[in-house]
Design a protein around this ligand. Structure first.
Ligand code: HDE
Length: 733
């Protein structure tokens, strides 16, 4: 196979596919073709063409002349191109997706009849799309925003779409308000500014005027809104769904995904810079991890409330602006999902995938959650405008089980249904409805009596208790980040009415928060706050989800110049690769760099201008007198180290590089010079000499004679060095 098809990208992934996941991929194969050198250029109607370069012309002597409209090939190319775009999603336009599989580990047949949640021998193919909400399709990945986490389960009973976010609550309680909250967040109507930002007047004006958003905006000002990676986010169904068991009993349920790698975020300065330096940061991160075989995994959990307990809580369990605190309703983890295959083509798969919250399978139902009810209408409707009425026939959307009904026609219908009738009942009894025993979806018989009115339950009117609960549950570092987020956002609101009122609003959550932000943004500091109930729910803090300590798929830069210590370099490179991290060699130039021994050399992946410290998780700098001398005189190299230190990244240095790190960060007391033993101080790991007995030893990481690699890897696995921030050192560089 030629390099035309990135076969290697998918090779690892194919090996990991289970028997069932193949169902959807086999189905997609009917519509998949490869570009090959053997294939010949044709029109869309199949006629071979001799050129792709020249429009048919009336040739004069010097071979110039008018172009002929007659040329069907040229016309087809241009007209086809003119119509390549479809409307982008009205929200969540920017996103990326991948294939994977869902495996149930524990049956919940006590709660549901849905085989996807009761049959542990099954493996269900899935497609997941992650997204930001506010930005348009070409906007940057790392902006402050909620992230979408939408999963399509291709079950044997039909498609089940679980369309969630990385934050468990939402801005509004009733779907009718959705256009308002989105209009307020999107670029302002008069000048279409700003792109993909909540930091503007209209967003915060709405938040103030619409108190039910208070809990949600606390989450969106937290680090959850700037994830390090899609692989390191939780996912929440947000809405309250129901499960129906064989006895016909109904339970309320919330669905959760928890990542194996833990919940980790960028730091704000990094997120801001990445938006310009690498706008595809999250998209590339997911792609590379899957291509390298570091498949991201999530545990699948449920929180369940029996129907009879619906009213036992001081919040309404159908209110999407409230969490179900885990100390009251613990999460039961029952399955896991792995993403293991990148898409073959972005448009036909990631762009054309269409999720509908209304698509559930027998055994799963809705509740009277007024946000969910509105969503059930909206998603189907929006797909019709985005993709047309036959959107469910598109390869990525069609189910793996049979589809048969009397829906017909419409633009771009593909299925050719044979038969003389297209209605029910018909004289042939063709396509009869299924019975319950045959697996038909049966609606839960819910007794409903009431007055028709525009109304809301009383408990929905408490807009502050859980905002306080969230704030109370944050660690000191998380609180600090929230304060800074508000300070940034409100600084971007020029209208004093907007930022002054918002500062007052913050006093409904916490007086200290309000006063600190007021001082930063210039609003009048509130003197009194709403009494705080003092309750906490630890699981709201993302620090409760550190994940498994691994450096898999973490990007580690190795900084070198001519004359680098080749032994230390080789040892680190080999150890990082064997741990499935991604070492990225960076030098002042991308042409070959020669080691101190004069014989070895290496071709760096990037130069210091091209790759920035923001794009990596950690930094390693081997010694070598000449190399360090060059780096010490290079402003960009010094900035690299300084910036990585400021962003709390782990830095490893050996030999002469120790002094270089000290010079770069200008905090002599922090960098402990070492006397042979590896030393760690505020995430800076140093050693005089990295001389593993052999490369093999380096590869066995933890056994390294010096313990350097052990300390370095542990630091990376901890994501960041928070001690540095607690000591205020990051603010000093
Ligand atoms: Fe969405 N939302 N939403 N939303 N939403 C859409 O559907 C809508 C809400 C979410 O990767 C749209 O296909 C309404 C909550 C995700 O393709 C649209 C309301 C949550 C995605 C729509 C909400 C979400 C969407 C636009 C309030 C978290 C991207 C394009 C009642 C649980 C799916 C599309 C993808 C997309 C409507 C609120 C998550 C317009 C009316 C709450 C992850 O139909």
């Amino acid at each position: 196979m030629s390099g035309l098809v990135p076969e290697t990208m998918q090779k690892v992934a194919h090996a990991a596919l289970g028997p069932r996941q193949g169902d959807k991929l086999k189905d997609l194969a009917h519509n998949t073709k490869d570009m090959t050198p053997e294939g010949r250029l044709t029109t869309d109607y199949g006629v071979k063409q001799s050129t792709a370069d020249d429009w048919l012309k009336v040739a004069s002597k010097d071979k110039t002349g008018p172009m002929l409209l007659e040329d069907p090939f040229a016309r087809e190319r241009i007209m086809r191109f003119d119509h390549e775009r479809i409307p982008e999603r009205v929200v969540h336009a920017r996103g990326t997706g991948a294939f994977g599989k869902f495996k149930l580990l524990e049956s919940i047949e006590d709660l549901t009849i849905a085989p996807v949640l009761t049959d542990t021998s099954r493996e269900t193919p899935v497609f997941v799309r992650f997204s930001t909400v506010l930005g348009s399709r070409g906007s940057a990945d790392t902006v402050r925003d909620v992230r979408g986490f939408a999963t399509k389960f291709y079950t044997q009973e039909g498609n089940w779409d679980l369309v969630g976010n990385d934050i468990p609550v939402f801005f509004i309680q009733d779907a009718i308000k959705f256009p308002d909250v989105i209009h307020a967040g999107k670029p302002e109507p008069h000048n279409e500014v700003p792109q993909a930002q909540s930091a503007h007047n209209n967003f915060w004006d709405f938040q103030f005027n619409h108190t039910e958003a208070t809990h949600m905006f606390m989450w969106s000002m937290s680090d959850r809104a700037i994830p390090r990676s899609y692989r390191m986010m939780q996912g929440f169904g947000v809405n309250t769904f129901t499960l129906i068991n064989a006895k016909g009993e109904r339970h309320f349920v919330k669905f959760t995904w928890t990542p194996e790698l833990g919940v980790h975020s960028l730091v704000w300065d990094e997120a801001l810079k990445l938006a310009g330096q690498d706008p595809d940061f999250h998209r590339k991160d997911l792609w590379e991890a899957i291509a390298n075989g570091a498949f991201p995994k999530w545990k699948f959990g449920i929180q369940v409330i029996p129907e009879a307990d619906e009213h036992k809580f001081d919040f309404d369990i159908l209110d999407a602006t409230k969490v179900w605190p885990e100390d009251l309703i613990p999460t039961r983890y029952i399955g896991e999902m792995e993403l293991n295959r990148n898409v073959d083509e972005f448009f036909t798969q990631t762009e054309q995938i269409a999720f509908c919250t209304s698509h559930v399978v027998p055994g799963i139902g809705f509740s009277d959650d007024p946000l969910l009810q509105g969503r059930n209408f909206s998603y189907f409707d929006t797909q019709i405008s985005r993709l047309g009425v036959n959107f469910q026939e598109l390869p990525i959307n069609r189910p793996v089980c049979p589809v048969m009904n009397f829906n017909r026609d419409g633009a771009m219908r593909h299925t050719i249904t044979r038969g003389t009738v297209n209605y029910w009942p018909n004289r042939f009894e063709a396509c009869p409805p299924a019975s319950h025993q045959e697996g038909a979806y049966v609606e839960y018989a819910q007794k409903v009596v009431g007055m028709k009115a525009r109304m809301r339950s009383e408990k929905f009117k408490d807009h502050f208790s859980q905002a306080q609960l969230f704030w109370n549950s944050m660690s000191p570092i998380e609180k600090q980040h929230i304060i800074r987020a508000f300070s940034f956002e409100l600084d971007h609101c020029e209208d004093p009415v907007v930022y002054s009122r918002m500062v007052q609003r913050l006093a409904d959550i916490d007086l200290n928060l309000a006063q600190t932000v007021a001082a930063a943004v210039g609003g009048e500091a509130p003197k009194e706050g709403r009494p705080n109930h003092g309750r906490r729910a630890p699981a709201l803090s993302q620090l409760e989800f550190p994940g498994k300590p691994t450096i898999q798929a973490r990007r580690v830069a190795i900084l070198i110049a001519d004359g680098y210590d080749q032994v230390a370099y080789d040892a680190a490179y080999a150890a990082l690769s064997s741990a499935m991290a991604t070492p990225l060699v960076v030098g002042p130039k991308r042409s070959r760099i020669t080691a101190a021994n004069g014989t070895s050399s290496t071709q760096p992946h990037h130069h210091l201008e091209g790759l920035r410290s923001t794009m990596v998780d950690a930094l390693f700098i081997p010694g070598g007198a000449q190399s360090i001398d060059t780096l010490s005189r290079n402003g960009r190299a010094l900035h690299w180290v300084r910036e990585a230190f400021g962003h709390l990244k782990v830095i490893g240095a050996t030999g002469e590089a120790v002094g270089f790190v000290e010079k770069a960060i200008g905090l002599p007391s922090v960098v402990v010079s070492s006397d042979g033993e590896a030393k760690e101080s505020y995430g800076v790991i140093t050693i005089k000499e990295l001389r593993p007995e052999s490369l093999k030893e380096a590869v066995q990481i933890a056994k390294g004679a010096t313990g350097f690699m052990e300390k370095f890897f542990y630091g990376i696995s901890q994501h960041r060095c928070w001690e540095r921030e607690l000591a205020g050192l990051n603010d000093m560089v």
